[in-house]
Design a protein around this ligand. Structure first.
Ligand code: ADP
Ligand code: MG
Length: 255
C-alpha cells in the first residue's frame, strides 16, 4: 500500500481534565472515502478539527500528504509548526461544518471568493470565475448575490460545500453536514457529494449519521466511540455483520 495521505500516530488530546484521545492511531489512503460513525460526544468533530488545525494536540504526530501537520522540519529536528507551515498544511484540506459557518454579512459569491483571494492571493477575476463554476456545480448559479440569511438550510450547506471546494483541497472533511437540516433537504445536499465523487477522485473523511449514505459512498466505515475506533471495515461488514457489541448496539438504534 502507498503512504497514507492522513496518518495519526499516538495522538493525545485533552480538554482540561477530559481526555478525548489517549493514544489515537488512524490512517486514510489517497482517494479513499472513509465514514466515521459513532455516538455524540465521542470526539468525532475534534478529530476533524485537529486535522483542519482548528484545534491543537497534546502529544503524538499527524502527517498529511507526507508532511507533519503540527511540527516542521528545521535544522535536522522537528519543532512546533509556525503559522506559515500551518497555512500551507491547511491548504491541503477543506471542511464543511454541521452549522454551515457561512459569513452572514457576505454575499454567497463573496463567501466563496474570500479565502482564495485572501489566503491564496488569487485575483478577484479568477476567484469569481471559479465561484461561478462552483455555484453551477451545487445548483445555485442564481444565488450568487443573495445573502446566507435568504437561503434555506440545504442551500446554505451547498454554499458551504462550494466554499470548501474553492480552495481546491486534496482532502475534504465533512462534519455531519446534514444534521442541522430538515429531512426533506438532506438529499439535495448529499446529491452534491454523490456527484462530486462520481466526477472526480477525492480523499474524503466524513462524519455522518446518515447510515444509508455512509453505506453507499464509503470505501471504509469506522465505528468510533470514546476517542477510539472500535471497529472498521467495508460498509457491508460494518452494516450487515458488525462484530463488536458496541457497534451492534449503536446500529440497532438506527433501525
Ligand atoms: P462528537 O463530534 O463526536 O459529538 P466532539 O468532538 O464534539 O464529539 O466532542 C468530544 C468531547 O469533547 C465532548 O465531551 C465535548 O464536550 C468536548 N469538547 C469539544 N470541544 C471542546 C472545547 N473546545 N472545549 C472543551 N471541551 C470540548
Ligand atoms: Mg460532532
Amino acid at each position: 500500500m502507498s503512504t497514507p495521505i492522513i496518518e495519526f500516530k499516538n495522538v493525545k488530546k485533552r480538554f482540561g481534565d477530559t481526555t478525548i484521545f489517549s493514544d489515537f492511531n488512524f490512517t486514510v489512503e489517497e482517494n479513499e472515502i472513509v465514514s466515521i460513525i459513532g455516538p455524540s460526544g465521542s470526539g468525532k468533530s475534534t478529530l476533524l478539527r485537529i486535522l483542519m488545525t482548528l484545534e491543537g494536540i497534546d502529544g503524538g504526530y499527524i502527517n498529511v500528504a507526507g508532511e507533519s501537520l503540527w511540527h516542521m522540519h528545521w535544522q535536522g529536528q522537528y519543532v512546533p509548526a509556525n503559522s506559515k507551515h500551518l497555512h500551507k498544511m491547511r491548504n491541503h484540506l477543506g471542511m464543511v461544518f454541521q452549522h454551515f459557518n457561512l459569513f452572514p454579512h457576505m454575499s454567497v459569491k463573496r463567501n466563496i471568493t474570500e479565502a482564495p483571494m485572501r489566503v491564496k492571493g488569487v485575483s478577484r477575476e479568477d476567484a469569481e470565475k471559479s465561484a461561478e463554476k462552483l455555484l453551477n456545480l451545487v445548483g445555485l448559479a442564481d444565488k450568487a448575490n443573495s445573502y446566507p440569511n435568504d437561503l434555506s438550510g440545504g442551500q446554505k450547506q451547498r454554499v458551504g460545500i462550494a466554499r470548501a471546494l474553492a480552495m481546491k483541497p486534496s482532502i475534504l472533511l465533512l462534519d455531519e453536514i446534514t444534521s442541522a437540516l430538515d429531512p426533506e433537504l438532506v438529499d439535495e445536499v448529499l446529491d452534491v457529494i454523490r456527484n462530486l465523487v462520481k466526477e472526480d477522485s477525492f480523499t474524503m473523511l466524513l462524519v455522518t449519521h446518515e447510515m444509508y449514505f455512509a453505506r453507499e459512498i464509503s470505501d471504509r466505515v469506522c465505528f468510533f466511540d470514546k476517542g477510539a475506533i472500535v471497529e472498521e471495515g467495508k460498509p457491508e461488514e460494518i452494516f450487515i455483520s458488525p462484530k463488536h457489541d458496541r457497534t451492534k448496539a449503536f446500529l440497532n438504534a438506527y433501525l
